[in-house]
Design a protein around this ligand. Structure first.
Ligand code: ITT
Length: 202
């Protein structure tokens, strides 16, 4: 029997975000690839100076591929709040300049008592797969997850903005969802399913 080309390879995961690393490890496991975190290589911190999720994902994947010599997968993601014209968007990680908890505090403060109907938001996730650092045809898979911003934090699972993100179909925050459920319905889960299909077809 021929070896499955998708299963036969090691891939470096171009992320230093522990929450993402855990979720990507879980949702990409069905690919059968061996995922190696970039912390196992000397991948320097790169400046995410793109103006879109896809540009920043390519910047990260390219650096990881270059410094590991392996194919790389990067995730660039963020939260778009309609009332804030899509902010914090690509700047989600840097929103407050002081980490996840401060980001959530700032978001709650900025929205103040804006009514529920105007608190619509979505998570975006772009996953990029590059065969090597100069791959001219990276695979790009993008998905989103619709919800609303709560008035206070709820739940302890997940990471980042999860405690503030209300998931209408389950009537709870994404930090209250069991891990396996978030990994089936999130922006990252949907982008991973697309990436799996794209890798299989290639
Ligand atoms: P890497 O670049 O090393 O992967 P990062 O945290 O800097 O890590 P991003 O630039 O892509 O990653 O920023 C993503 C931001 O969006 C960050 O603030 C996350 O907390 C938030 N985010 C993304 N996916 C999320 C999710 O599933 N749940 C909660 N917050 C999420």
């Amino acid at each position: 029997m021929m070896a499955d080309p998708v299963r036969a390879q090691s891939v470096v995961l171009a992320s230093g975000n522990a929450g993402k690393l855990r979720e990507l490890g879980e949702v990409l496991a069905p690919l059968g690839v061996t995922l190696i975190p970039q912390s196992e290589f000397n991948v320097p911190e790169v400046e995410e100076n793109g103006l879109s999720f896809v540009e920043n994902a390519i910047i990260k994947a390219r650096a990881a591929a270059e410094h590991s010599g392996l194919p790389a997968i990067a995730d660039d993601s963020g939260l778009e709040v309609d009332f804030l014209n899509g902010a914090p968007g690509i700047y989600s990680a840097r929103y407050s300049g002081a980490g996840d908890e401060a980001n959530n505090t700032l978001l709650l403060k900025t929205l103040g008592d804006t009514p529920e109907a105007q608190r619509s938001a979505r998570f975006q996730c772009v996953l990029v797969y590059m065969r090597h650092a100069t791959d001219p045809t990276p695979l790009v898979c993008q998905a989103s997850w619709e919800g609303f911003i709560l008035f206070e934090a709820r739940g302890t699972h997940g990471f980042g903005y999860d405690p503030l993100f209300y998931v209408p179909e389950h009537q709870c925050s994404s930090a209250e969802l069991p891990r396996e459920l978030k990994n089936r319905i999130s922006h990252r889960a949907k982008a991973s399913a697309l990436l799996y299909e794209a890798l299989r077809q290639r």
